[in-house]
Design a protein around this ligand. Sequence first.
Ligand code: CMX
Length: 438
Amino acid sequence: MIKLKEKLYEKIVVGRETVTRLVKEHGDVKIGEVTVAQAIGGMRGVKSLVTDISYLDPEEGIRFRGYTIPETLEKLPKVPGEEMPYVEGHLYLLLTGEIPTSEDVHEIAELFKQRQHVPQYVIDVLRAMPTDSHPMTMFSVAIASMQRESAFVKAYNSGVSKYEYWEPTFEDGLSLLAKLPGIASYIFRMKYRSDVIIPGNPELDMGGNFAHMMGVPKPYDDVARLYFILHSDHESGNVSAHTGHLVASALSDLYYSISSMINGLAGPLHGLANQEVLRWIQGVREKMGGQVPTEEEMRQFVWDTLNSGQVIPGFGHAVLRKTDPRYMAQREFCLKHLPDDELFKYVDVLFRVVPPVLREQGKAKNPWPNVDAQSGVIQWYYGVKEYDFYTVLFGIGRALGVVSNIIWDRALGFPLERPKSLTTHMLEEIVQQQTAGV
Ligand code: CMX
């Protein structure tokens, strides 16, 4: 057994004891209540999911296995000579809760190298799709097309015990994650670089190989590493993570689950917001004839968008109530590498202008920027200007967290997810009974 799997198994034994004890001895302890507004309003704040892989504090932002973003970037082993850590090491942290050694990182890197080949039939499927298909549709279809490879399905069909479900899920997870950079860069080069495909270089780490296959020079390898780590996980309730978990809870395999996760990420209120930010900024840019708007001019653009009934992409959040630390990490990267970039200046003006406007409008509970406000600017600067590709990058990163969560879901025996629904008439009856003091 590989060392990562052994380590994981040690942790799983402890995790199973904890979960069994919690349910057996404390299963009736209340952790919250649900109001009518929460039931109608997308279950905001309802505590009904469990994960140890990351936790999102509304004020502080995300912690991966207890580590803040700066701590994560500082503690994980770095790619020699580069600023950013190995993505492979971050996967180890998400899975096990421990900071890996170089040896641990190299084990995953080696497994990824062995499994990175994208089957020809996936390429054929991509090539059969209409050329104007959105890259997220292509990404989702490519992943679903590999479902026939699932080790979980084979094990399930041969009658494997449910206590062992996590093992073939782990195998599926590594096989799928290893292929995502190759699939994504293939879509990019086929659609936007005259179909000139760059084969992978098995000597490179995940981020380095992705940059190589994209055909974008340094420091894009570090951009890729930063992106994949930042976007990896945001606890379980966001649409992409929750979709992945929900689909997997039916014992659908990881290929089905991650393809579904991608479909959820493709919505403009979630991951697609990173493309929408660039689309919105380009609109402002056209109107300004290339000039960077003053704060007053930008204020007017923001109000025009709000008054036309649209949201300001890249701002607001369902849980966060402060500026997203994933935004700040990317802002720091911009300040270091592209401080004079024109689009960065746009985003900088937006950072100052949008929160007071959203406050004045008085609707958004969080007026601050989220991860998507800054990410497109970095891509644009390094020549990846096809902004409908940006959410695919988010998807590669998010798969790291969702795969880790699903392996743990299987290990802890989390059951089929099936919340209860009520009719509006029932809600009215409950309200009447409670207001009458029945
Ligand atoms: N621009 C304009 N209005 C906004 C807004 C924004 N950026 N953020 C919130 N609002 C509005 C909501 O649309 C809602 O309006 P209605 O009462 O008319 O329905 C009101 O403010 C209250 O919303 P909220 O409780 O503050 O926010 P939600 O939890 O409902 O929604 C989110 C969160 C992210 C969907 C929302 O802030 C939004 O639409 N932001 C812009 C899109 C975006 O950047 N999404 C990416 C989020 C990060 C990610 O998942 O990738």
